[in-house]
Design a protein around this ligand. Structure first.
Ligand SMILES: Nc1ncnc2c1ncn2[C@@H]1O[C@H](COP(=O)(O)OP(=O)(O)OP(=O)(O)O)[C@@H](O)[C@H]1O
Ligand SMILES: [Mg+2]
Length: 390
């Protein structure tokens, strides 16, 4: 489990994501702001250049006019002035013509789209995505529709959940249903409450009302360690939760700290090594030397040591290069289809997440705006515009 799992806080008052790096929202907003600032600076520079050009052309024109006046006594002052005016007018026209033409071309090419992983020229602001997403929410899906997506045989169920941090409510009558061995992906704007759904399932939030059950067990009030040990729910944190100074094997064994006997944890760890040779080959190395993909694999494997039924995965692809992203999704695919795990994930890379998951939910302001099969949501034009970058 994550850094906080060894001594999991029952009800943390602080944002448990902050210490382990919430770069999803921060970076995107920061990058967008940087891009806007860069553009503004570039625009200013072009304008400055135009003014300078105008001034120098004006000076040349003035000089020429002066020479002309000197040479020909017949030419009047007024004529010289006229020449200056004409020359500077022409220069100004020339100077402004280029940027204007450029601007027209840029606006023709300009494509406004959401903040998914597509090729975006202009990124919609986080606020704008939130507002637009709220528009498509209208009325959320019915419970019947959620049941159908879970093939009318839900294993993990959230009913009318109102939950948050301290007194602040983030989730409003949120419901979720997923069948055993299915996968579900939550997408939505930053701050929509996606991680809060996972926190609530695992027992990190204040639950004001509603119910969470796994199989026929009511797990609403269980602590995180009870969830892990007694209800078979494991939580893979957003990122950076390996202990870099400890070996791969020690990190893996940490996942089994709630096992009754150390021998059980050892046996479960060996099963993981049998499965993933990449980790077995590096079992005595400090986890700090692993690549990003291998680290993610270690984080996932550490959760597997507890042999859970339900895996909660927050941002599996965060901070990874494309080849590692594919590797992580392949592992999750195996866990679902080969080992029958039930997977609830949050994924900023909406395309990857929806391609992977059987079910997709679009979360907006703590409520479900849309719910459908992953592939159907992928084809939904509004989802495409807001979350897939095109
Ligand atoms: N521990 C906490 N204490 C107080 N407020 C919190 C805490 N964790 C999250 N929040 C707030 O809850 C709201 C939902 O946050 P959450 O992390 O669930 O969003 P998210 O959809 O996962 O966003 P992101 O895409 O940025 O990860 C935000 O307004 C956030 O500031
Ligand atoms: Mg989150």
């Amino acid at each position: 489990m994550g850094q906080d799992t060894p001594t999991p806080p029952a009800r943390p008052a602080i944002n448990i994501e902050q210490p382990i790096g919430r770069h999803a929202s921060g970076n995107r907003a920061e990058q967008a702001a940087k891009a806007v600032a860069k553009k503004a600076v570039a625009k200013k520079a072009v304008a400055k250049k135009a003014v300078a050009k105008k001034a120098s052309t004006k000076a040349v024109a003035k000089k020429t006019a002066k020479a002309v006046t000197k040479k020909s006594a017949a030419k009047t002052n007024a004529a010289a002035k006229k020449a200056v005016k004409k020359a500077s007018k022409a220069a100004a026209k020339k100077a402004t013509k280029k940027p204007a033409a450029k601007k027209a071309k840029a606006s023709k090419d300009k494509k406004i789209s959401g903040y998914g992983m597509g090729k975006v020229d202009v990124v919609m602001s986080v606020d704008q995505v939130g507002k637009e997403a709220a528009k498509i929410a209208k009325e959320g899906p019915t419970l019947k529709a959620l049941d159908q997506l879970a093939k009318n045989d839900a294993f993990l169920t959230i009913e009318d959940l109102c939950a948050g941090y301290g007194k602040m409510q983030i989730l409003h009558n949120f419901s979720l249903k997923i069948g055993k061995g299915q996968s579900l992906c939550l997408i939505g704007p930053n701050g929509a409450g996606k991680s809060t759904v996972l926190h609530s399932i695992f027992g990190f939030t204040n639950i004001f009302s509603g119910k969470i059950s796994v199989g026929d067990k009511d797990v609403t009030a269980l602590t995180p360690s009870q969830k892990l040990a007694n209800a078979g729910i494991a939580y893979i944190l957003q990122d950076k939760s390996v202990f870099p100074g400890m070996t791969v094997e020690e990190n893996l064994m940490m996942g089994g700290f709630l096992k009754n006997k150390p021998t059980e944890a050892k046996a479960a760890a060996e099963m993981v090594f049998d499965k993933y040779s990449r980790l077995a080959e590096r079992r005595d190395k400090p986890a700090g030397v692993l690549s990003g993909g291998e680290r993610r694999l270690l984080e996932i494997s550490r959760a597997l040591v507890m042999e859970p039924d339900v895996l909660l995965v927050d941002e599996p692809s965060i901070g990874l290069e494309p080849r590692f992203i594919d590797m992580v999704f392949e592992i999750l695919h195996d866990l679902q289809h080969r080992d029958g795990k039930t997977i609830v994930m949050v994924e900023q890379n909406a395309k990857k997440g929806l391609e992977f998951a059987d079910i997709g939910y679009v979360l907006v302001s703590g409520e479900t705006a849309l719910a459908d099969n992953g592939d159907k949501l992928l084809k939904n034009p509004e989802v495409g515009r807001l979350f897939l970058g095109g």
